[in-house]
Design a protein. Structure first.
Length: 277
């Protein structure tokens, strides 16, 4: 029988995150073959993943990151079953590592991310399966968004349950401050679109019907309902489109007015906001 040393066990534990006993058992089973031991742990993860496939993974973390040159950014949501696991540093680090790899590769969707190499011998999908066995909970990637622009800012709300990214059409003096403030605005106020034209017709039709119903209940005449509902729709646009929203740090300004204070041509190009659940 091959003698397994504490050093070998510790090395496998560092690479996989598995428990000491699981690492020792895998090394004993494979007579100390490191790569085969990793496969054993991965197969354990597959078994656990199959058993827990029907479980709800409603907890997790939401992280955002911009590239080193600030020309792109991404948000990712990595889910697990319990808040206890979500708050674990190793779980947050796993999400951060996956996000960094996805951003570096300019991935556009979750399928592309899962096929990336996490290590030379393991894809990200393999890593998720492996960690399912290590942690003993269902782990899955549920959300990912990537944007590219002349400058991209990010914001992660304390607790890692909410994050936002926002792109701008130029990089100017003070853009770091502007970017942070707009990203925080998006996180706090949850705009449905950048401008009026980004709101879907279905939403507009629904708001018009709500407006008419409210006016009707208030006893307004039928021939006035359309006009009243249109007025309420304008208020809806002001509250739910980013460029028209009141700036949360100064209620006397809209977001457009705030941007123009820095540069008349400064505009938001796109944004994304992800909230856990």
């Amino acid at each position: 029988m091959t003698q397994i040393t504490a050093k070998q066990v510790n090395e496998l534990r560092k690479q996989t995150g598995a428990g000491m006993m699981d690492c020792k058992k895998a090394l004993v089973e494979t007579s100390g073959d490191f790569d085969k031991a990793i496969d054993v742990l991965r197969k354990k993860g597959q078994k656990v993943a199959a058993k827990r496939a029907d479980r709800e993974a409603a907890e997790g973390v939401v992280l955002a990151m911009s590239s080193s040159n600030k020309n792109s950014g991404a948000i990712i949501c990595l889910n697990c079953e319990t808040d206890f696991v979500a708050k674990n540093d190793s779980f947050v680090d796993l999400a951060r590592s996956i996000l960094s790899l996805a951003l570096d590769s300019n991935c556009n969707n979750l399928d592309e991310i899962k096929q990336l190499n996490f290590t030379s011998s393991m894809t990200i999908n393999d890593k998720l399966i492996e960690q399912t066995g290590v942690i003993g909970e269902k782990i899955e990637l549920s959300n990912y968004f990537f944007i590219a622009s002349d400058y991209v800012s990010t914001y992660i709300h304390p607790g890692n349950k909410l994050a936002s990214i926002v792109g701008f059409n130029m990089s100017i003096d003070g853009i770091e401050e502007v970017g942070k403030n707009i990203a925080m605005q998006i996180a706090a106020m949850n705009p449905l679109g950048l401008k009026d034209s980004d709101i879907s017709q279905d939403v507009i039709d629904k708001e018009m019907e709500i407006g008419k119903d409210l006016a009707r209940k208030e006893g307004k005449p039928e021939d006035m309902l359309e006009k009243i509902a249109t007025g309420r729709l304008k208020k809806f646009f002001k509250e739910n489109t980013l460029v028209n929203q009141v700036y949360i740090k100064d209620s006397k300004k809209t977001i457009t007015q705030y941007l123009k204070e820095f540069n008349d041509n400064l505009d938001v190009t796109n944004f994304k906001r992800v909230n856990l659940g």
